[in-house]
Design a binder for this molecule. Structure first.
Ligand code: CO8
Length: 263
């Protein structure tokens, strides 16, 4: 799909960083099936584009990142339709984790339900001061279906995940930072710039090394420590077969900036 052909996504490139903004202002950027499909198409396009070295996901407008899955679209769903919907959300989450480039959530307002889950599926979260996070699904008689119970458990620990998913209350940016849900809090209006700056900084690093570190950290979270450490040893050694390793170390020793080629 061409960048210009999305109905619910705005796409902007700043250098090597692509910004994807969910754009459904009439529903505070809620995720319909069509939005999920467009996000999947946009991530596929990024995977195929060597010029794009980092991704920032945000919500259009000043008020909301993503206020959840679209409640009007979900209300009439049958169990099998709900299964399909949650499955597509999870497919998107898997793709973001598998993308060999950093994906940063720039949370600029409400990140509720599927919105909090979308942010959790990114590699890390920057939050504006006005960000609000929550998993309010229980108020609607359902549960998170896009990774909330599991990614939240792994990000903030069992008791915090239980409180968030069972009480369904909202927390502010400072609390999200305190519990390790968000990595950083920025002034209102500056969160996208901060996330783009971080992604641009990462884009200057060795791309093979960035991809390998991301892969090992994501995989290692679900592996026994000894196996994960063994994969690190192999990943570390594998990079010594790359031009980038030679260039990075020679550049350091020659007191010049490295020119990485990604091979
Ligand atoms: N779905 C559909 N429409 C929404 C949603 C949503 N999640 N959130 C807001 N809207 C709409 C409102 O209905 C309203 O529309 P209208 O103007 O036509 O009445 C418009 O956006 C503006 O919203 P409000 O007037 O309510 O704005 P407020 O500032 O008063 O309140 C809130 C903002 C607090 C964010 C409020 O809108 C709210 O509570 N929204 C719902 C939040 C929520 O419950 N989210 C979780 C949904 S369940 C979920 O995400 C499950 C995910 C699991 C599967 C995912 C698979 C991909």
């Amino acid at each position: 799909m061409e960048s210009g052909s999305y109905k619910h996504l705005l796409v902007e490139d700043r250098g090597a960083v692509r910004i994807l903004s969910v754009n459904r202002p009439e529903a505070l950027n809620a995720l319909s099936g069509a939005v999920i499909d467009e996000l999947i198409a946009a991530v596929e396009a990024i995977a195929d584009d060597a010029a794009i070295r980092g991704v920032v996901i945000t919500g259009a407008g000043p008020k909301s990142f993503v206020a959840g899955a679209d409640i009007a679209a979900m209300a009439p769903m049958s169990p099998s339709e709900a299964m399909n919907f949650a499955g597509r959300g999870h497919a998107l989450g898997e793709m973001l984790g598998a993308l060999p480039k950093p994906v940063i959530a720039a949370v600029n307002g409400f990140a509720l339900g599927g919105g909090c889950e979308l942010a959790l599926a990114c590699d890390f979260i920057y939050a504006a001061e006005n960000a609000r996070f929550g998993q309010p699904e229980v108020k609607l008689g359902v549960i998170p279906g896009f990774g909330g119970t599991q990614r939240l458990l792994r990000r903030v620990g069992r008791a915090m995940a239980l409180e968030l998913c069972l009480r369904g209350h909202m927390i502010d940016a400072a609390e999200a930072l305190r519990i390790g849900l968000a990595n950083r809090v920025t002034p209102r209006g500056e969160v996208v710039d901060a996330a783009v700056a971080a992604a641009a900084e990462i884009a200057e690093m060795g791309p093979l090394a960035v991809a390998k570190a991301k892969e090992l950290i994501h995989q290692g979270a679900d592996l026994p420590l000894a196996e994960a450490n063994q994969r690190e040893i192999e990943g570390f050694a594998g990079l010594f077969d790359s031009d980038d390793q030679r260039e990075g170390m020679e550049a350091f020793l020659g007191k010049r900036k490295a020119e990485f080629k990604g091979r």
